[in-house]
Design a protein. Structure first.
Length: 168
């Protein structure tokens, strides 16, 4: 797995209310503490992002076969999440104390899923899509090419995971 970091001005982050609507089709909807409807609404996230000048897109890519797709999908989510948490910590140590990240897709920290309350709030991060960010359009505007969807392909392919680190 490979992670690229692409610095972008925050005005390139594309919001679309349809991203939050798509969350309703996910099996984590209403269950995950980092996804709608348990996170703040669309306008909150737009205002939050506007307080930052730049961000970094974290783009993790991983090759998969049809047989190992589910494992690669699960492990890539954890790896990207860990990289974002580590980057936040690095920023904090450089006195960039407002650094904050969002992950692509729902939280995958707890293997058994969310409980009645979040067991690790210090590591949990909201989903970019749940915040109303159009991840694909944001990547496109930033010049980041993503593999063709949908996954998995019968003969394997490349999976991409995207996260966002808000820096200053």
């Amino acid at each position: 797995m490979n992670i690229s970091r692409i610095r972008i001005p925050t005005w390139k982050i594309k919001f679309d209310i349809r991203a939050t609507y798509q969350c309703r089709t996910c099996s984590h909807y209403g269950k995950c503490h980092t996804c709608p409807p348990k996170i703040p609404g669309f306008e909150y996230w737009k205002e939050l992002v506007s307080q930052y000048l730049h961000a970094e897109l974290f783009v993790l890519t991983a090759e998969y076969t049809h047989e190992d797709f589910d494992v690669i999908r699960r492990e890539s989510a954890k790896e990207l999440h860990s990289a974002l948490i580590a980057a936040e910590k690095e920023c904090f140590e450089k006195n960039q104390y407002w650094a904050a990240s969002l992950v692509g897709g729902s939280c995958r920290i707890c293997p058994e899923g969310c409980g009645e309350s979040c067991r690790v709030p210090e590591k949990a991060r909201a989903a970019m899509e749940g915040a109303g960010i159009d991840v694909i359009s944001t990547c496109r505007v930033a010049g980041v090419g993503l593999p063709e969807y949908p996954h998995p392909k019968e003969n394997g392919g490349t999976l991409a995971r995207v996260g966002l680190l808000l820096v200053k």
